[in-house]
Design a protein around this ligand. Structure first.
Ligand code: 9WO
Length: 245
């Protein structure tokens, strides 16, 4: 997959993608991530990319022309079928289902806004969809772009190990994660659940599913309401609820 981020701070993107799972995927050629600034496409001497908002109000707005030139240059360099996405708090929520959809694309152009926003004439002509990572306003769209890149790249074939990608699937089932433990077995007065030490893989699978169901019930009942539980899941959740008293 080929990704290009349009940002006034390309170094923020190029540095952040060098580490971790995404960095390894870059090294392996499983994904490419480029970052370009609209300033490279500004034609005036001062290389202006922002200006005051019509109608008054605080701050500045990202100008259409240089940003559109950057978007078009990026889009032309990407495979056909790539999608142009604006990261905005007013967008559709980023969910694991949306992540899976984006992971099937050949490429993405991610527009990261700054200042008070982007000229609406750019969004209405050069953007296919707007995506939000949550209901809050940040200083810019770069961190949301990095969140989206991380979430998508993790799901690409071969990026995670088989076991980890299988666990990733647990999120695809709409459940929260189960609890994790590692050595030491006893830490102060806290121990590790016996089932995880016993080596019975079927018992461990059931325990983890039960914990994921129980946590989802306690913390995100909205996710559980959207999920059809099979007989085993219903039974395990009933057990969890009974244990909660
Ligand atoms: C800044 C500002 C300052 C004074 C008065 C009003 C203001 N509005 C904004 C503002 O919304 N700036 C945005 C910063 C413009 C577009 C890029 N920025 C952004 C994207 N902030 N938060 C996001 C975002 C993107 C995706 N998911 C969640 C938040």
């Amino acid at each position: 997959m080929q990704i290009t981020v349009i940002t006034l701070f390309p170094e923020l993107i190029s540095t952040a993608v060098q580490v971790g799972v995404v960095g390894r995927a870059l090294e392996r050629g499983q994904v490419s991530v480029n970052a370009i600034s609209p300033r490279e496409y500004a034609t005036d001497l001062r290389r202006t990319v922002d200006d005051r908002p019509f109608g008054g109000g605080p701050g500045m707005v990202l100008k259409v022309a240089p940003t559109r030139s950057a978007m078009r240059a990026a889009t032309e360099a990407l495979p056909a079928g790539s999608r142009r996405i604006y990261l905005g708090a007013d967008g559709a929520p980023l969910t694991q289902v949306k992540v899976a959809e984006l992971a099937s694309l050949p490429g993405m152009v991610l527009l990261a806004g700054r200042y008070e926003g982007v000229d609406e004439r750019l969004l209405s002509t050069e953007v296919d969809e707007t995506i939000s990572i949550g209901d809050y306003v940040l200083s810019g769209g770069e961190l949301p772009a990095l969140v989206l890149i991380d979430a998508v790249v993790r799901t690409l074939p071969g990026v995670l190990g088989d076991e980890a990608s299988a666990q990733q699937d647990s999120f695809m089932t709409g459940l929260l994660d189960w609890p994790h433990y590692t050595r030491p077995e006893q830490f102060e007065d806290m121990s590790v659940p016996e089932v995880l030490i016993g080596g019975n893989h079927e018992a461990i699978r059931r325990w983890r599913l039960k914990q994921a169901l129980g946590r989802t019930w306690l913390r995100r009942p909205d996710l559980l309401a959207a999920k059809v539980l099979n007989a085993e899941e219903q039974s395990l959740l009933a057990e969890f609820k009974a244990e909660q008293g």
